[in-house]
Design a protein. Sequence first.
Length: 502
Amino acid sequence: MSNVARTVVVLVSILALFTVKLNSASANGGPFVVKYPNGDPAAKGVLARLDMDLKPQRETRLRVVKEDLKVMFGKDRFPAKDAARLPLAHVLAEYTIENPTSQEIEVDFGFPILRGIYIDPLAMMARPDVRVNLGEKSLRCTIISNSAIYGIIRQRAREVIEKGVSESLELKELVQAVGETGGQEHAVRKALSSHLVNVMKWNGRDAALMVEYASLDLGMLKTQPPDRSGMHWLVWDRQLSDVMNANLGPLAAIGEQKATQFFAQLASCFDPSATAAYETIFTAWGGDVREKSVDLRTGKVRPREITVDQEPLSVPSHVRGVSDPTIYARVDYLDPKAKISESEKTSCRTILKNLPVIFTFAPMNILYYQAKFPAESTQTLTVSYSQYAYADTRSPSSYQLAYVLHPASLWNEFGPINLEVGVPQGVGFQASVECNSPKVEQRALTPQGPDRATFNVYRTVLQHKTGELLLAVNADEWKRTLTRLTLSKSSNQVQRVAQQAR
């Protein structure tokens, strides 16, 4: 394969599929009540079943007096090698919430975070760097990752496929025949394909996908986790981990995104509604399943663009220096070191060849937590997290952050959203909203960190409380400024050592 740069316009065409992404790093959303798929949303301490219907619901009892949203484009004190030059955005959303009623109100909140969340290397356990506080009290929270949502989609899609197969005796027998031979006999493969195309009127590409589904040993169908009620939150987290890894088998070699697309595409042949699984969750929170960027030059919102070299995609990310795992969802990538048989690799290649168009999406996580508001009280709820900005390579190249505003529109009363964005001086900045002229302030490059720098601080009051807020900084200027700050820090350290020596 030649080392030719390939430009991918992120989601220029959305798949009719559920389209969609989480893992390691970028921005996010306002809090809102989680809608229970099965049960009463006012139930105490129960997330109901972890379902694909994790959607927000209107809040009528509490009122948000105001939201103070602060974003700082800083750096990681302990950067990984492949992310050393990416800005680490520090986000703090502070909500002043009033309970005007005469009763205590306990609420299950959901908070959408687009893309991945920074993993704190100093934590005793490798956990995302997220904090939720109600006043001075720290609240426990669970992150329903995009990978967990993927796992749920695969599970539900597989249930649809298995049900569809079982309802036709002839189809069931043909699928079993292919499975019994491990997909190695051409005659039984052809018989299944012919039945799908000639009798069931499937197109050839979907028929080819179904033949490979029948050929692969995907293990037992994994069922959804039980209700959260009565479970310790760490137990729940472990079950989320099980969901993330379920129903993959050999398909792990093509990545969870492509594997999920494969299941959803096949499920849609039996039930067309199965194609929109992730998209309906994403859009309910107000996010755009198409990855967006704010153009650094014009300030207009457009599809994200990213240029990558194809050949290095076969090299592990920690060696290659690519920190954005969504790249793998947009190319036909098969892990060359996957420990699967040659026949399974052949099935994976056939699946990649027959999946429609390119699977593209914007990633999302849902932060889940509970908060109690005493009668006739006003409290401050704070959500803070960090994440690496994502790259956009359209000239001039930039690093971007996206934050979901839409949940604010789902409250009966939601006051002003006061935005503040800090950017190191010398780095160009653009937002999808008009900001005031910046004020110059001295700030730490990392929260509570010792390294300080001169920042331009932009402020505004957001007029629209729906959709996404997009923020961008100039990538080349960021790299130059970071280098300058690093050299300046090293010089100061040398001077301090010299003074101490005297």
